[in-house]
Design a protein around this ligand. Sequence first.
Ligand code: ZN
Length: 272
Amino acid sequence: MSAETYNRIRRILFSVSNDPKRGFSAAYDMMEATYRQQLDVHGYIGLMAELRFYQRHGQEYCLTIGGDMGKHADFAGMYRAEPTRFDVTTNLAFKRFEDYEPFMGKGLAYKIALLDHQNFEIVDVLNLAFPRCELCGGHLFPAIVLLGRNYDRHGESLWSNDQVLLEVCGGCEEIIERNRFTHHGLLSVDENFDYGYGLDDDVPAFDRNRDYAVSAYKSFRRKCSDYLMAVGSHRYHVTERDGGGHWAIDFDFMNDAVMGSMPRHVECSHKM
Ligand SMILES: [Zn+2]
């Protein structure tokens, strides 16, 4: 399931559910008849949870649906008279999450709506929380890095890219690798820019890269971590006149909730 597939189906189903002549029951019918088979299991459960949350709590929390570009949260709304963004999850490791330290960012309030993955009833509305760094006590923020294309040792393209799920400490900038994925056709941010697939030339480079990163963000949130906060690239930074420099992870997209608390770049090794 690609990010485009997920986002396209999400747009269609929310637009059907908002249509007074069709509504939620039509959206659920379409999901079962047509779209379920186009999504993977995480995508299906994630999208069903979003629809149910919107149906049952839309009025209570004054929810508006977050788009798939730029607006990264699933919904914007109000929680106890305060403007709040909501992300919906069903697969949060709740026991582990309870040990995390609540995180109050500088931006808008940000909540996680936890739903039961079987009946999609709301279990709880939680504050964003992260584990603590053992070295310095800072918050560890989960992020995904979209690596460039894989080649074999003869230099032949394998037509696949790896993605690394890691945690970055907002204090000492330590990086801890947590998981690794391989996908066909999931380009790095720079490859996507260079190949220019479906790109509009009038859109500035920064926005293009950000939109691409947000679209990857949405599907990786479903796939690997419901409190994912950033999407990054592995790049070489030239800092010397002779071409010397260092490798770093640049975060092309960062959730507003952690803006100012999470570093924009972290130095790392050449090999990732
Ligand atoms: Zn630290």
